[in-house]
Design a protein. Structure first.
Length: 434
């Protein structure tokens, strides 16, 4: 690998086939996104050598590409979608800790949410309220377009409707030869480093010999404009294995948009049917009469925790590809931004020095240790298989000692380790003794 001196600028903070069938049955394609036409018809295919190839232009890939491009790296960002604001997969819930640590554009965020209501199968309620603005729902299509604009302004090459085929190590050096396809035309690029931001079933992980996700749930939601709900902005969460086995159903209403969704283990339910059943049960909670469905979202959500081996000399993984999602809540935006920011710093330092030891802090093993309690709670939630058991669990949460636990789950600030502190701790621990 050749080295290039430059100034660092990173000071800112189940069953595969069954899952595919369930998602396809919910009303959207699993393996292709958007209509088959290019952003710029006839545009030349990317060619040549790049410092970094980022595969996937969700939040994780956009954050990595933006930071590396701003740092002067030659970056190619490739995604299967025609446009980044199509086929959004996430509800877009940003928690208070993220909002405090990352400067997100105000016009890409909905009103603040302080209230959460947890419902049992019998619709007995636990009301939770915070003195702080705990959540804001991102306008994710708008945010992705904004980040892509920043990427391109920083010199990042953007290749939409581009399918990742495979990569292999070059005969000499540590570079990768990567095969891509766009518009039916296969082509190859050479990259010194490959970042896999290509989702829960990462092909980049496979080709780099890194760990792959083995456990996930599937979620499907409809986004509405014009729905009516009484009271302040609120998250309504429903613990009911009949419509959300192993997870939750939800209504997220911030006064501007309303998200209605279900999630669970693919082998245990039909997401489309469960969503229809759930939506029909919402009288008195949200009025969808006259509301307009803006879009349907959905996809796999890895819930096995951060994967252990997420980096090697040829590249690394970020976002869902790295399993960077809370095993309990399935919240992924805070882990996504933190891990992607660390990934950009580590990749930049590695490209500058060629020293494999700088990749050591980018290890899922250290992060997994911080998720032990959430992994155990994931197992408990996954085993709540009957309405009777869910009713008992909700009754326990309404008791004062356990209400504190519910408040911690919804309002706690430990969703993901602070990667800056974690990196400093690892470097200190791994430093040679005097």
């Amino acid at each position: 690998m050749t080295n290039a001196a430059k100034k660092p600028v990173f000071a800112d903070a189940g069953d595969l086939d069954k899952a595919d069938d369930r998602l396809a049955g919910a009303g959207f394609a699993v393996d292709q996104f958007g209509a088959p036409h290019a952003e710029q018809p006839g545009a030349a295919l990317p060619a040549g050598e790049f410092d970094v190839l980022v595969v996937g232009a969700g939040l994780a890939g956009l954050q990595c590409a933006r930071l590396l491009g701003r740092g002067g790296r030659r970056v190619l960002l490739a995604d299967r979608k025609r446009a980044v604001d199509e086929a959004v997969h996430t509800t877009g819930i940003f928690v208070r800790r993220t909002l405090e640590d990352f400067r997100l554009p105000e016009d890409c965020l909905g009103p603040a949410v302080r209230h959460v209501t947890l419902y049992s199968p019998a619709r007995r309620k636990l009301e939770l309220a915070s003195a702080h603005d705990e959540f804001r729902v991102g306008r994710m299509g708008r945010l992705y377009l904004r980040l892509l604009s920043e990427c391109r302004a920083s010199g990042v090459a953007w290749s939409p409707e581009t399918r990742y085929l495979a990569s292999e190590g070059a005969a000499e050096g540590g570079d990768s030869l990567v095969r891509l396809e766009r518009g039916g035309r296969e082509f190859a690029v050479r990259a010194r480093f490959v970042i896999g931001a290509d989702g829960a079933r990462s092909r980049v992980a496979r080709d780099l010999g890194l760990d792959e996700n083995r456990e996930w749930i599937v979620g499907v939601e409809d986004v509405y404009a014009g729905a009516r709900a009484d009271g302040p902005p609120r998250f309504h969460c429903f613990l009911d294995p009949r419509v959300a086995p192993g997870y939750l159903a939800w209504v997220v209403s911030d006064g501007e948009e309303t998200h209605v969704g279900v999630g669970g283990y693919a082998a245990r339910f039909d997401p489309a049917r469960a969503l229809e059943m759930f939506r029909a049960s919402l009288d008195g909670i949200v009025d969808l009469t006259g509301a307009h469905r803006v879009e349907r979202r959905g996809g796999r959500i890895p819930v096995g925790g951060v994967l252990r081996r997420i980096a090697c000399a040829r590249g690394l993984l970020v976002g869902d590809a790295a399993g960077a999602v809370s095993p309990l809540t399935a919240g992924g935006l805070d882990p996504c931004l933190r891990l992607s920011t660390l990934a950009a710093r580590v990749a930049d330092e590695y490209l500058s020095t060629g020293d494999p030891s700088v990749l050591a802090p980018y290890s899922g093993r250290a992060f997994r240790a911080r998720f032990t309690s959430r992994l155990w709670m994931r197992r408990l939630l996954g085993n709540v298989r009957t309405p009777l058991l869910a009713e008992a669990a909700c009754a326990a949460l309404r008791l004062p000692p356990f209400t504190s636990l519910a408040r911690h789950v919804f309002f706690g600030r430990g969703s993901f380790p602070d990667v800056r502190d974690e990196r400093a701790r690892l470097l200190t621990r791994e430093a040679p003794s005097s």
